[in-house]
Write a protein that binds this ligand. Structure first.
Ligand code: FAD
Length: 310
């Protein structure tokens, strides 16, 4: 069995694996796609001490760093079930889609999350070419330009407020008849001179010139009228979905599906820890996921050294 089995090979999982392996304990990583969301990212400019890198490059660096240690990497493997230890200090099981069952004295869940997409023509084509999902990451790339934010919940309105301080103009597009964000955020939003709010609007298409975004179309849901907005960027803020569906019966999740963790990264199951975008940790970022992965790993080690000798 593994001492530490990490599920997920993004920044959180990689950090957890490295911290565990450096303790000289048996460490494994199961990942559906090693690198995680980083693989889908172009420019990364907020990975502290590295002023500019690219997602695929960072993903390779993550894997190489993990491989510098004795870590059993099981890539392109999907975990489908977690069976916690039946007795305190016993072995937990992680069941893979290919039928294999991995046993471990501690488990670190780092399965990340995925941004909900609009699923309209042009969105996938212009991803990273004007279509963005993370205002903290990509906001500065649109300095002085025109952008839209799709979604009028808290994250959409926060993004619009944030971006209004950087870009020339923000159009906030909400599907519903009114915004769903907290009143205090809406008051702040309404006080900004360079933000326009459009409600009852369904985004129908992302337009581009072949290499970058040039605009978007939306339909007024009351009148069915189509409108076109010329702009350079579109921030999609209609939800971040944690990859935790397979954990529903085993660890405590919030109503949004985030794994509930304490300040040490412990979940509701003894010996099961979690880190990164899949958890309740606020602010989903690479540096944060790495720090949380390291923390969960040290917590797992702390747990292991307190177990009865085997
Ligand atoms: P993830 O990166 O999501 O990794 C999850 C891992 O778990 C993957 O290996 C996945 O394959 C695996 N997995 C999931 N389910 C299973 C399963 N059932 N079984 C096995 N494996 C599973 N952050 C920044 O700090 N700066 C940026 O510039 C930036 N830009 C971004 C741009 C885009 C387009 C996106 C989508 C995100 C961006 N982010 C950025 C956010 C950042 O990528 C995430 O915060 C970070 O990757 C989270 O790390 P993680 O390890 O928690 O999860």
């Amino acid at each position: 069995p593994f001492d530490v089995l990490v599920v997920g090979g993004g920044p959180a999982g990689a950090a957890a694996a490295i911290y565990a392996a450096r303790k000289g304990i048996r460490t494994g990583v199961v990942a559906e796609r090693f690198g995680g969301q980083v693989l889908d990212t172009m420019a990364i400019e907020n990975f502290i001490s590295v002023s500019h890198t690219e997602g695929p490059k960072l993903a390779v660096a993550l894997e190489e760093h993990v491989k510098a240690y004795e870590v059993d990497i099981m890539n392109v493997q999907r975990a489908e079930k977690l069976v916690p230890a039946k007795v305190p200090g016993g072995l937990a099981e992680v069941h893979l889609k290919n039928g294999a069952v991995l046993k471990a004295r501690s488990v670190i869940l780092a399965t990340g999350a995925r941004w909900r997409q609009m699923n309209v023509p042009g969105e996938a084509e212009y991803r990273n070419k004007g279509v963005a999902y993370c205002p903290h990451c990509d906001g500065p790339l649109f300095k002085g330009k025109r952008v839209a934010v799709i979604g009028g919940g808290n994250s959409g309105v926060e993004a619009a407020i944030d971006l209004a301080g950087i870009v020339a103009h923000v159009t906030l597009i909400e599907f519903d008849g009114k915004l769903r964000a907290d009143a205090v955020l809406q008051r702040k939003l309404n006080s900004l001179p360079n933000v326009k709010v459009v409600t009852s609007a369904l985004t129908t298409e992302v337009h581009g010139d072949g290499s970058k975004v040039t605009g978007l179309s939306y339909k007024n849901r009351d009148t069915d009228e189509l409108h076109r907005v010329e702009l350079e960027g579109i921030f999609v803020q209609i939800g971040l979905v944690p990859n935790t569906e397979f954990l529903k019966e085993t660890v405590a999740l919030t109503n949004r599906g985030e794994i509930e963790i304490d300040h040490r990264g412990a979940t509701s199951q003894p010996g099961v820890f979690a880190a990164g975008d899949a958890t309740t940790t606020p602010f989903k970022q690479i540096v944060i996921a790495m720090g949380e992965g390291a923390k969960a790993s040290l917590s797992a080690f702390d747990y292991l050294i307190r177990l009865a000798p085997v």
